[in-house]
Design a protein around this ligand. Structure first.
Ligand SMILES: [Zn+2]
Ligand SMILES: [Zn+2]
Length: 345
């Protein structure tokens, strides 16, 4: 089904209005033109924040809970930087710095997909948002019916993949037969499954499962501490508290918001008007805190792709006015009950 003329005109109008607001902000705040410098500074600031918090925790000057939450917050900024880097917004022409930045944001968010591989699926997301082949969003539970299973796999890419493997495989095969999923996509998906979570993701997930089982056994006194277990915790606790738990929390918040603000399954391919809603009710705030206000700003990104996350944030007030006026949905919770469908059942 083709996108109607009225919708095409509306998409153009919204894009141009939002772009105008971004341009106005750039004109007002001249320093925004130093985009490479700003991106690199944000990276250095976030990494410094993580290192200082880890040091304070190690010296017993910060509680474990505070460490985990602080690192989760800095990681949410690194996630936005990764997304900007994927869109080529910093050091596009200096490949070495670009790649070093990508590696750094991955190193501190090691439970995520290899960002060079994610680039492929993120472009795919922009092209096929809300379709069966939108691998990136489906990977984080977009389009699933709400259940205990969805809650469990919301923060965990590995469990989410393993527990849905058969169904996803069947659906992708069908899309291949319908010629919507190309041979190139197929090859990329295979390498994503085999190598996408290496060398960090898979070993750290396994370590986390083992750590949590052992902690629970001790907690319920089903197992008494031994020499080997205290050495295990001595080594694993810093890894879990600095690299794993903050990212589990951050991913839970981001995946909960993103998988529910994107529509799935019954929207026209390429129709940006139907791809997202703005999700910014008061109860979303604890989650937005760890995903840099994603629910409020990601819809803007679907219309204006090539702007950094902080400019999008600055344009938010006016952008929301435009989106509201043009009928983009705000806080549509019926889609939560409806496996993220756009049209009520
Ligand atoms: Zn994007
Ligand atoms: Zn999106």
């Amino acid at each position: 089904m083709n996108i109607s003329n009225a919708d095409t005109i509306k998409i153009r109008r919204i894009t141009s209005e939002l772009q105008k607001e971004h341009d106005r902000i750039r004109l007002k705040f001249k320093f925004l033109k130093f985009q490479n410098f700003i991106g690199l500074s944000i990276l250095i600031l976030s990494v410094t924040g993580i290192v200082i918090s880890s040091y304070l925790w190690y010296e017993d000057l910060m509680s474990t809970l505070f460490l985990v939450l602080t690192v989760a917050f800095w990681n949410s900024i690194l996630h936005e930087l990764e997304h900007d880097l994927i869109h080529g917004l910093y050091f596009k022409k200096v490949k070495f710095i670009h790649n070093m930045m990508l590696f750094t944001v991955w190193f501190f968010r090691p439970l995520t997909l290899n960002p060079w591989i994610r680039t492929y699926w993120h472009y795919n997301h922009h092209q096929h948002s809300g379709q069966k082949i939108d691998i990136e969003e489906r990977g984080v539970t977009n389009g699933e019916k709400w259940s205990f299973l969805r809650l469990l796999i919301t923060p965990d890419l590995v469990l989410g993949f393993l527990l849905r493997l058969r169904r996803l495989k069947r659906e992708i095969k069908q899309e291949k037969q319908n010629e919507k999923f190309s041979e190139k996509d197929s090859k990329k998906l295979k390498s994503t499954v085999l190598f996408g979570m290496l060398p960090f993701g898979i070993p750290l997930h396994l370590l986390f499962y083992f750590w949590i089982i052992l902690k629970s056994l001790f907690y319920f006194a089903l197992f008494s501490p031994a020499n080997w277990s205290s050495s295990f915790f001595e080594i694993s606790n810093p890894i879990i508290y600095i690299f794993v738990l903050p990212n589990i929390i951050r991913q839970f918040c981001l995946h909960l918001i993103t998988s529910n603000m994107h529509y799935y399954g019954d929207i026209q391919e390429g129709n940006i008007l139907q791809q997202t809603q703005v999700l910014n009710r008061w109860w979303t705030w604890p989650f937005q805190l760890f995903c840099f206000n994603f629910g409020s700003t990601h819809s803007i990104h679907h219309f204006v792709v090539n702007e950094p996350f902080y400019v999008r944030q600055m344009s938010m007030k006016k952008s929301h006015e435009v989106l509201k006026q043009e009928g983009i949905r705000f806080n549509d919770t019926t889609s939560f009950k409806n496996a993220n469908h756009y049209w009520p059942k």
